[in-house]
Design a protein. Structure first.
Length: 145
């Protein structure tokens, strides 16, 4: 498996950039049997060992396709959130079909509702339907980012 894995990235003195299949936010994916794993997690397992239950493999270099084990470290979900905030990647996007709203826009919508504006008025202003805005207000919208 190590041989097959190492054919999927370019080794250098810095980041080892994944050249295989990439999904989502630029993270490489690698198939092990019938299961697809994120390539940086596979790198950790191959070069460093097991990943404890509930832990993430985080990037020091902040380069999603990097699989260099020297650029990776283990962390909890809280560590992952803290890392994301410190690297200014914490502005979540809220997705409605093809529309995406930043955290700032969501907060602006909520503030207008809290100030007494109607759902219909705010939804017209932001170009979304009343039901979706109601879900945002109640915190039921899944966030991305």
């Amino acid at each position: 498996m190590l041989d097959r894995f190492e054919r999927k990235f370019c080794k250098s003195d810095g980041c080892w950039l994944w050249t295989g299949c990439v999904h989502g936010k630029g993270y490489g994916h690698f198939k092990i049997g019938k299961k697809v794993e994120k390539a940086h997690r596979v790198s950790w397992m191959l070069y460093r060992g097991n990943i404890p239950q509930g832990y993430h493999v985080l990037h020091i270099c902040d380069t999603p396709p990097c699989v260099n084990p020297d650029h990776l470290y283990l962390g909890t979900n809280a560590d992952n959130v803290k890392d994301r905030v410190q690297k200014n990647r914490s502005a979540c996007l809220y997705k409605n079909g093809r529309l995406k709203y930043t955290t700032d826009k969501i907060m602006e919508m909520k503030q207008q509702l809290n100030n007494g504006e109607t759902t219909a008025s705010v939804s017209r202003q932001f170009g979304i339907d009343n039901g979706y805005l109601s879900r945002i207000r109640r915190g039921l919208v899944r966030h991305y980012g």
